[in-house]
Design a protein around this ligand. Structure first.
Ligand code: ATP
Ligand code: MG
Length: 420
């Protein structure tokens, strides 16, 4: 161990577990890539004001969790705590919404930073894959995103996840509900901070995890009773499309994603094997966000799935991903001359697209064969002085244990044939 350790609340991804992370990112993004979503990458930090406005002044993310810094030039920046605000900012900046091709469908994958109390499934650096569909109001688009996330989780072999669904109303009906809720909440016995929250973002009080608060919330006005006809119809259509696609969901009227610009469809993916950090992903419609950050009216919908918690969910369910071995051929030279010759064969194999590795460092047969085994290679090539004198290499099938001498000049072609 060195003098240094990974900072508190972070961890390193190292082989072999890191391969699972790559596979999860790949599996989550595959359905998006097959559905018209283009890849977008934005900086790891943004102007702090973008998140203050685009995530919300009253959210935990902005009030408590952001890593902010002042540059030597005096700019106020923040490490990105989430993806949506940055992606929308970038789409507007590149005028993607003006290309006459709405919705603009984008996916991303990267690192996010939140100053949180570290615990299982909650880190200060974590990884998300996300999707945003910008500029179109269409219940089929909301349904598409939920269906694609469901498809992604299923393709990984996850089964114990549930989809929670709700509608938060729109700018017509939400304010009426907000006021009714505020009136109800003001009469409760709540602490200072929560009382402040009633005035800034009352819906988030519904999300309070404390039992004594939840007890007082029975009898709170329900958003469902306040939805306008347009919102009701929209929500029914999303539900019908999900049902038609065979995607099971649960109506959860307590599900609020407490940002002021969130509208209509909201959803969360929860996994039952994760304890208290059960949300593996979440998303929803954010029709007001573009205007909040100075853009035109662009009704949009998106989600972000947490890669770390998805891996934990796989582990909780005991799902082993079927990860193909990264190395197909492992070469073991015995002696100086063999080293030169087999290194040449390995180079040739790699150039023809066959994944190959080599026993570096002049190791003995036993140690080198151990490495060959560990590499997962289907074949090893072994050659010593006597083999070279005969112009052959020993090709060993690691599955059957069968070993055959193959003319050196034909080794690469023979391996290509056997590996299909
Ligand atoms: P939570 O309620 O657990 O704090 P959140 O609502 O803050 O989650 P989102 O902002 O919706 O989370 O982010 C989407 C996903 O990103 C989450 O469902 C989760 O899988 C993951 N995520 C969020 N914060 C963290 C974190 N600190 N560590 C690991 N994963 C995280
Ligand atoms: Mg959080």
């Amino acid at each position: 161990m060195s003098t240094f350790q990974a900072p508190k609340g972070t961890y390193d991804l190292t082989p072999p577990r890191s391969a699972t992370f790559l596979a999860v990112r790949e599996a989550i993004s595959a359905p998006l890539r097959d559905s018209g979503y283009g890849y977008i990458e934005t900086p790891g930090f943004e102007n702090v004001e973008l998140f203050a406005r685009g995530v919300g002044e009253s959210t935990d993310i902005v009030t408590k969790e952001m890593y902010t810094l002042t540059t030597k030039g005096g700019d106020q920046l923040a490490l990105r705590p989430e993806g949506t605000a940055s992606v929308l900012r970038a789409a507007l900046e590149a005028n993607l919404h003006k290309a006459g091709n709405l919705p603009v469908k984008l996916w991303y994958s990267g690192s996010y930073y939140r100053y949180e109390r570290p615990q299982a499934g909650r880190y200060r650096h974590f990884s998300q894959v996300g999707a945003e569909a910008i500029g179109t109001e269409d219940p089929a688009l909301d349904a598409e995103l939920i269906i694609l996330a469901d498809q992604a989780y299923r393709s990984l072999g996850l089964r114990q996840f549930r989809i929670l669904l709700n509608s938060l109303g729109d700018k017509e009906c939400r304010p009426v509900y907000r006021e009714a809720l505020q009136t109800f909440l003001r009469d409760l016995d709540l602490d200072e901070e929560t009382r402040r929250r009633i005035e800034i973002n009352p819906l988030r009080v519904l999300d309070d995890k404390r039992a004594d608060v939840q007890k007082q919330l029975t009898g709170a006005p329900k958003l469902r009773d306040y939805l306008c006809d347009a919102c009701k119809a929209y929500h029914e259509e999303v539900r019908a499309l999900l049902a038609a696609a065979g995607v099971a969901f649960e109506d959860d009227e307590k599900l609020v994603r407490g940002l002021d610009y969130y509208t209509r469809t909201t959803f969360e993916f929860v996994h039952d094997g994760l304890g208290s950090q059960s949300a593996v992903g979440g998303g929803g419609r954010y029709d007001g966000l573009s205007e909040m950050i100075g853009g035109p009216e662009l009704p949009s919908v998106g989600w972000a799935l947490g890669v770390d918690r998805t891996v934990l969910a796989l582990e909780a369910e005991g799902v082993e991903l079927d990860l193909p071995a990264t190395t197909s051929v492992y070469a073991v030279p015995l002696g100086e001359e063999a080293r030169r010759v087999l290194f040449g064969v390995v180079t040739e194999l790699r150039r023809t697209g066959i994944a190959a590795d080599f026993a570096f460092g002049g190791r003995g047969l036993k140690g080198a064969m151990k490495s060959a085994n560990r590499s997962g290679a289907r074949y090893t090539l072994v050659a010593g002085e006597r083999d070279l004198a005969e112009g052959v290499v020993q090709l060993k099938d690691m599955e059957s244990g069968e070993q055959t001498a193959v003319p050196l000049a034909e080794a690469a072609a023979e391996l290509a044939k056997r590996l299909g």
